[in-house]
Design a protein around this ligand. Structure first.
Ligand SMILES: Cc1ncc(COP(=O)(O)O)c(C=O)c1O
Length: 354
């Protein structure tokens, strides 16, 4: 078994893994209603949103759910992107709406200065972007951008699959209508749950529609089932829902959601300074470094990744897209341990010196 430091799935502690071994119950039982409402209520409080639903699926499902519930047929969606996951968000937007997309090069981050002229000149009525571009470890400065887009009257959609709760987020303050994350990243749970969180405007949009083009991802159905008996419309992967509840217990035990983000920030500063100390150049431009993973240029990325695994039993991953083979990524996401990061960096330092 290797030390897993990939940006999702992340290492899952034993107490969380064991939750999945509970005896099976039905999703139409009181036991499931209690479990599901416990998770949704706590996530809603952490996110400061109106409603939260947990779907069996992954982050992509959560993103697709948000887009198809938000976008009216042919409605124009403006997507700002800077990597593979922004591209995927744009791909989904192009299926359910009419896409307008703008991209900046790998490693560059979006801020209001770059986004404002594009938003000003667009006639799109929906705005979507990724909080943390995982492929290059770039944290977009989304708060001011989303606030601006919302104040311009747009419906707003955020992909925060690898962002929250590693990085600060308050749904009302950020003015995000449809928010998505996934279980296997900074929440620290196993893969298999896509989480959507809604604002008041998002709920109004869902309920004002004649037809939502999905059965499984139809948030009107999710709302209806939840209101009736705190259940899901179809059979959820019950075992992993237990594990998510345990992850929320861990976050609370460690001081709460804000402290959780601060823990990620401290780890990111530590990893970034050590990596730079070894002579590597970070991929994100200054001010856009992710709190949940560190991405850096490395000429012999594939060789180092292989040696990390074979010699030290550590799994780190390469970069995606145009930086494939040219960079490495180390995650500090979810239930990571500082000693593990130190062990990984010591190993990297030895390999880098060779
Ligand atoms: C920012 C971002 N969006 C979307 C996804 C897709 O999530 P999933 O693989 O859970 O479908 C990922 C996965 O790494 C991601 O990092």
């Amino acid at each position: 078994m290797s030390l897993l430091l990939s940006p999702g799935p992340v290492r899952v502690p034993e107490e969380v893994l064991l939750e999945q071994a509970r005896p099976m119950i039905t999703h139409r039982s009181k036991g499931f209603s209690e479990l599901y409402s416990n998770i949704c209520t706590r996530l809603k409080t952490y996110l400061n949103s109106e409603e939260v639903y947990v779907l069996t699926g992954s982050g992509t499902l959560a993103n697709e759910t948000n887009i198809l519930n938000c976008c009216l047929p042919k409605e124009k969606v403006l997507v700002l992107l800077n990597g593979e996951f922004g591209d995927r968000l744009a791909e989904i937007a192009g299926i359910y709406g009419t896409l307008e997309k703008h991209s900046i090069p790998a490693g560059k981050g979006w801020d209001l200065k770059k986004a404002k002229p594009i938003i000003d000149s667009s006639d799109a009525t929906v705005f979507a972007m990724v909080y943390n571009e995982t492929g290059y470890g770039v944290r977009n400065n989304t708060k001011e951008i989303f606030q601006y887009a919302k104040k311009k009257g747009m419906m707003t959609i955020m992909d925060s699959v690898s962002g929250w709760p590693a990085m600060p987020f308050d749904q009302k303050e950020f003015m995000v209508d449809f928010f998505a994350t996934a279980s296997q990243k900074a929440l620290g749970a196993p893969p298999g749950m896509g989480i959507v969180s809604l604002s008041r405007d998002a709920i109004e949009r869902i309920e004002s529609r004649d037809k939502i083009p999905s059965v499984y991802c139809n948030l009107h159905k999710h709302r209806e089932n939840y209101q009736k008996n705190q259940q899901t419309p179809s059979t959820p992967a019950i075992s992993i829902y237990y594990s998510l509840r345990k992850c929320l217990d861990i976050i609370d035990r460690e001081g709460g959601i804000e402290k959780w983000a601060q823990k990620h920030k401290a780890a990111s500063e530590y990893v970034q300074s050590r990596v730079k100390g070894m002579g590597f150049k970070l991929i994100p431009e200054p001010g856009c470094e992710s709190w949940s993973l560190t991405a850096f240029y490395c000429d012999n990325a594939e060789e180092i990744k292989k040696a990390m695994l074979e010699k030290y039993k550590i799994t780190i991953v390469g970069c995606k897209g145009e930086l494939k083979g040219k960079g490495l990524r180390i995650a500090h996401m979810g239930n990571f341990q500082m000693e593990d990061l130190e062990f990984c960096l010591d190993a990297l330092e030895k390999l880098a010196k060779k």
